[in-house]
Design a protein around this ligand. Structure first.
Ligand code: MN
Length: 287
């Protein structure tokens, strides 16, 4: 009989990188260690108490073929784009952006008194949706349900379903789950996820044991770390003397060829060349 609990396959230590116009961040997916985790193409953690680390931001830049998901815990990011949208993503808000065939946008973190904390995830689009019309789902703090269980475990449901409560981000091809979970000292969580879906946890506060259950002892993980888990069985996590807070993210793998070049992720090199050509010719943005 196969394992009933998801096992820890890999624990990734985030790498410091400088991105955009000079933003210091911690990257766990899209590195030499982990190029991608189908359907996830990149995972960045912004976390700094020093505005010099992020204030230069991400001035106007293109995307094609992917979705970018920004989740802010603390701090604010101003954004505007080629569709005429503009606004602000602040503490507890999520922006799920589908670049489709082409979008130009800027993402500018604003100076923050406290520590700025946020995440950006890139989700791949299948071949037949790579050139789709761009769109946004802007979800503010109040729209995200927070479940508090009897044992004190708190779960913010951004996408997916927990205890019959659905998150506000819907209609995404990868059928993602995106949860922000806090487990108090000595608490635990067991959660069923779709068989065959890729799953990872990103621990950003405290420490906890991941991948325990059945005969598995699991592994103690201290922030900041990304934990890759196997694709079958229950997800299991528990806290010991410290609490633990982490994102739990899953999605359906595409199993399609990946050709990537900076902000473009397509299926072939020809499609990448086309994106560069469209950019040069001023025909990149179609909608
Ligand atoms: Mn961007």
């Amino acid at each position: 009989m196969s394992n009933h609990y998801r096992e820890v396959l890999q624990i990734i230590k985030p790498q410091p990188v400088i991105e955009g116009a000079g933003v210091r961040l911690k990257r766990s997916i899209a590195t030499a260690t982990l190029d991608h985790l189908d359907p996830f193409l990149l995972f960045d953690h912004f976390g700094s108490g020093n505005p010099d680390d992020y204030i230069k931001g991400f001035p106007m830049h293109p995307h094609r073929g992917i979705e970018t998901v920004t989740y802010m815990i603390e701090g604010e990011v101003d954004h505007k784009d080629s569709m005429g949208n503009s606004g602000n993503i602040s503490g507890g808000d999520v922006q799920w952006m589908t670049s489709g065939g082409g979008i130009m946008h800027e993402e500018m973190p604003q100076p923050c008194q406290r520590e700025m904390v946020g995440f950006q995830l890139w989700v791949n689009l299948p071949a037949d949706l790579k050139m789709t019309t761009p769109r946004y789902q802007n979800i503010v703090f109040e729209q995200i349900p927070e479940i508090t269980r009897e044992d004190g475990v708190k779960i913010r449901v951004i996408a997916g379903e927990v205890d019959g409560i659905r998150g506000p981000v819907t209609d995404i091809f990868a059928n993602p789950t995106y949860l922000d979970i806090s487990i108090p000292p000595n608490g635990s969580l067991s959660y069923p996820l779709q068989r065959g879906h890729t799953i990872f946890a990103y621990v950003f506060e405290g420490q906890g044991v991941f991948g325990a259950g059945g005969r598995q002892k699991g592994e103690m993980v201290t922030q900041p770390r990304l934990v890759v888990l196997s694709d079958t069985g229950f997800f299991e996590a528990r806290a010991t003397e410290s609490y633990v807070r982490f994102l739990l993210i899953s999605g359906k793998p595409l199993k399609e060829p990946i050709a990537r070049h900076g902000p473009f992720v397509m299926n072939t090199q020809d499609e990448i060349q086309q994106a560069l050509k469209d950019l040069r010719n001023g025909t990149f943005v179609k909608n």
